[in-house]
Design a protein around this ligand. Sequence first.
Ligand SMILES: Cc1cc2nc3c(=O)[nH]c(=O)nc-3n(C[C@H](O)[C@H](O)[C@H](O)COP(=O)(O)OP(=O)(O)OC[C@H]3O[C@@H](n4cnc5c(N)ncnc54)[C@H](O)[C@@H]3O)c2cc1C
Length: 426
Amino acid sequence: MTNPCVMIAGGGIGGLVTALTLHQIGVECVVFESVRELKPLGVGINLQPNAVRELGDLGIGAAQLDQVGLPAKEWALVGQNGADVYAEPRGLDAGYHWPQYAVHRGQFHMLLYRIVQERLGAGAVQLGTRVTGYNKNADGSVTATLAHADGTTSQQTGAVLIGADGIHSAVRATMHPDQPPIHWGGAVMWRGTTLAKPIRSGSSFVGLGTHRQRMVIYPISHPDPATGLAMVNWIAEVTFDDPSARENTKWFGQAEIADFAHHFDGWAYDWLNVPALIRGADVAYENPMIDRDPVDSWHDGAVVLLGDAAHAMYPTGSNGASQAIIDARVLGAHMVAHGPTPEALAAYDAQLCGPVSALILRNRGAGPFGLLNMVDERCGGQFENIDDVIPPAERADFMAGYKAAAGFAIEALNTAAPTIASGAKV
Ligand SMILES: Cc1cc2nc3c(=O)[nH]c(=O)nc-3n(C[C@H](O)[C@H](O)[C@H](O)COP(=O)(O)OP(=O)(O)OC[C@H]3O[C@@H](n4cnc5c(N)ncnc54)[C@H](O)[C@@H]3O)c2cc1C
């Protein structure tokens, strides 16, 4: 293989959108992905309007996204008593020029993989190839060390290495060898999908419960016209007082429903039966709610971090995948200006590392679910009328602050120029 211009470690959502962006702006690249075969893993994720806009600019629009998910119409927080704490329209219904999509992570990932193969060719993603580290060269290039599935190792040199290799990033570990271990605050999430009738608007994201124990529920497929049933994603989340009791929780291990369903016994309302929803799932996965402490830079010469490798965060803001997509596009925009050079990487780092690092800490502090913490502090979760606990204007201010920090304030997004102008090339 001749030396590629840009090497991307990791073929997840961040790595594949980066490859599509580089192809769009005329930069040659190769993706090194550690697994031997990409499979449709994961359950629901949200693509916020800012990310959906970028996908549209990559030629991935409603026709494709409706095959792997559906537009979200509402975001709602509901107390354990079943009464609304806060609700607002989302996506087009909220006035954005672009929808928000709730999608199946694995199906969306496979969609991106198919499009990468169609546009960049079958060899663009090298499976079974793990990046284990890198060395910077005197001429400004970078050499990645690769471990192959057959047990051999090799080295590959390029102009730039992009670490899009997820929360356990080897590129980040090389860049920041003294970084602390993964941070876990004691919350465990069990995730699953169940065929069920969608609640409320038919495409609502609902957070139900308290700051210590809640369900997150939203559909990730259009309903079957014959049955009215959709694939409904749910996350059952419990915060444990003694995190050491569950130190063995592993990322994405399969869980027995009987091990955790009892936490939600009795959560039955006339509009939703949580125990039935959980017990109706084929399979459930256990995830500790983990993130990483922010680092002060994602950039080291010809190497840069992107997606979860740069900013693994709690999913409370539903923006991990969206931010990975934004990262890819902002990096592409700086490459249009500076070429695939350390200058482009430095400009990307200067634009995003600070604000996104602040978002990591904001999500660790519950993100938009912080309203449930306020309910707990003010009334112990017991209320008749939420307006007496948190006035409507205060609730609206709280949410507006979060959306501005996460980059999806409506007016700012609607009036912003495209991140990468149509037809722009390096
Ligand atoms: C299997 C899986 C399931 C997930 N399920 C969910 C979910 O249900 N809900 C949710 O909100 N989020 C889920 N996530 C996380 C979510 O996809 C990310 O937070 C978000 O999309 C940002 O993506 P990313 O590309 O930065 O990282 P990731 O999606 O983690 O992708 C990183 C990719 O890099 C590969 N990789 C790792 N190390 C190396 C290496 N050293 N060299 C080469 N390749 C490497 C991984 O195999 C992976 O394909 C999941 C992630 C994974 C990997």
